[in-house]
Design a protein around this ligand. Structure first.
Ligand code: NAG
Ligand code: NAG
Ligand code: NAG
Ligand code: NAG
Length: 471
């Protein structure tokens, strides 16, 4: 019994990648972990099996074997390129980056079928505001193209390639002044390109996926400042899941002014059937921005998405495809973001001009926009401001905290398109809907709320309303 267990453990120890990484860490990681507390958390090798293998597994390349030094000062651009090329020259493989702080004056390209793998197997977060900087694990520090947003992305991920398990830290980005532009931290540029378990602590622009059909973006955290995730030119199902953007780097007023006035956490251009699951962002001008690019717009499935402290709009739809945007179980908080109204949030900005409407559907939109089982809470002006000629649906939703300025604004204001509202709770004693005569059709069915039913209609003929229960 004991012997069986022991040999099982030996087998696990020999084949487990974690064991392999530890092994490399022991050989190459002298610049790595300085914190003994973290050191103690690393599982110790089982008995003497560690000495069985002294070199990387086949298909595994370690950057320190190619001259990389994680000492927080050496330029590692050339050494990483060599390690990546070595994997590329064979049949692909895993290029492992032991814990350490690696600086780069240039960019990296991950070739086909290669994974650039750091020490994290799930995404960390570092609360710089609390003095918690990334000084442990694998930290990549890009230095190029400060003030040049149009420069090459720091890491380009090619076909069937992956970036995984690293922190990307722009050490030269300040915390107490307006943020400085840099190029995208990560660009997925070909089929099946993937980025997972990566912290983009303070990237100006985070991750782009353009012409990266079936891209996979998973388990990402950090505070990208200008754009978090950008999608375009995707003709086969792209996947985004478990993405969490929070102001861990800075909530300084000068810094946040920029982020909450111009920053957008998700910018969605052309994609055919994007799948987006479990994503969240805090304190941007726009949470989810659906745009028209030269290649078109998006249709897709959005499940469990959210955004808090969105200052212009939680969801803004300039354009969508015929099959539409299907948004289910969303949680959205737009903020009227003024200093007088939020003296307690001095840390988070003084800006009086933003519109803070939860859902904005623009005049050029033609596709359907469906919200099912979504909760909206303010302080916001409108829950929705709808134009264009598509159909917008709210089904089983919760509306709270609109008309923050107390001027009797309606929850939904529509100047175009068709509106369907069903089974929704209007939790303010304020008008529910205001319709300009340019609206096409409206169904308002089976809703409840406090106050009286109040649909302000400026001349829409086709309005069907019934089975509603108000006070
Ligand atoms: C990878 O190898 C291919 C040839 O097999 C070559 O065309 C390509 O440029 C290489 N990529 C990199 C980044 O070295
Ligand atoms: C690396 O340098 C930055 C400053 O440029 C510093 O804040 C950080 O603590 C350094 N990392 C380590 C591991 O010492
Ligand atoms: C947010 O609204 C402000 C004020 O109208 C505007 O200046 C800014 O460009 C908007 N931001 C975005 C991302 O549209
Ligand atoms: C809002 O509507 C209520 C009830 O109809 C009315 O008493 C109040 O004067 C209105 N307030 C404004 C600012 O129009």
């Amino acid at each position: 019994m004991e012997r069986t267990l022991l040999s099982l453990l030996l087998v696990v120890a020999i084949v487990s990648p974690a064991h392999a990484f530890r092994n490399h860490y022991r050989q190459h990681g002298r610049h790595a972990f300085t914190s003994s507390a973290i050191d103690d958390m690393i599982p110790k090798p089982l008995s003497t099996t560690n000495s069985i293998r002294g070199s990387p597994m086949p298909g595994e390349y370690v950057v320190t074997d190619y001259g990389a030094v994680g000492d927080n000062s050496t330029d590692n651009t050339a050494a990483f390129a060599k390690a990546l090329a070595a994997a590329n020259d064979t049949a692909g493989g895993i290029v492992f980056v032991p814990p350490g702080s690696y600086r780069f004056t240039g960019q990296l390209v991950i070739p086909t079928a290669v994974t650039l793998q750091g020490s994290f197997t799930t995404v960390p977060s570092h609360d710089a505001k609390a003095g918690h900087y990334p000084v442990d694990g694998t930290v990549l520090i890009p230095l190029a193209d400060r003030n040049n947003e149009a420069g090459k992305p720091f890491i380009t991920v090619g076909r069937d390639s992956t970036l995984a398990g690293v922190v990307i830290w722009h050490v030269e980005q300040g915390r107490f002044e307006p943020p400085v532009p840099y190029p995208f931290a990560v660009a997925l540029v070909d089929e099946n390109a993937a980025v997972k378990d990566v912290e983009i602590l303070n990237s100006w622009n985070g991750i782009s996926a353009v012409a990266a059909h079936r891209h996979y973006i998973a388990r990402i955290q950090g505070q990208p400042i200008n754009i978090g995730v950008y999608i375009d030119e995707t003709y086969d199902i792209g996947r985004i899941e478990d993405v969490h953007f929070n102001p861990w780097w800075s909530s300084d007023v000068n810094f946040m002014y920029w982020q909450t006035t111009f920053g957008r956490s998700f910018v969605m251009g052309r994609s055919d059937w994007e799948y987006v699951f479990n994503t969240f962002s805090f304190a941007y001008a726009i949470g989810y921005h659906f745009v028209e690019t030269s290649t078109g717009s998006m249709n897709g499935n959005f499940l469990g998405i959210g955004t808090d402290y969105a200052c212009n709009a939680s969801v803004q739809v300039d354009a969508s495809q015929l099959a539409g945007l299907l948004i289910t179980n969303g949680e959205f908080t737009a903020f009227h973001n003024t200093l007088e109204q939020h003296p307690q949030r001095l840390d988070l900005i003084a800006f009086d001009a933003c519109d803070n409407t939860q859902v904005v559907v623009g005049k050029d939109n033609t596709g359907p926009v469906n919200f099912v089982d979504c909760s909206f809470w303010g302080p916001a002006n409108h829950i929705a401001r709808l134009a264009g000629n598509g159909v917008t649906t709210f089904n089983s939703c919760e509306f709270n905290g609109w008309d923050y300025l107390n001027t009797n604004q309606s929850a939904i204001y529509a100047s175009g398109g068709t509106l369907i509202v069903q089974g929704t709770n209007f939790n303010e004693n304020k008008p529910q809907v205001e319709l300009e005569a340019t609206v096409d059709k409206v169904i308002f069915l089976g809703n409840v709320g406090v106050g009286s039913e109040n649909i302000i209609n400026h001349g829409v003929k086709q309005v069907q309303s019934g089975f509603n229960a108000f006070d």
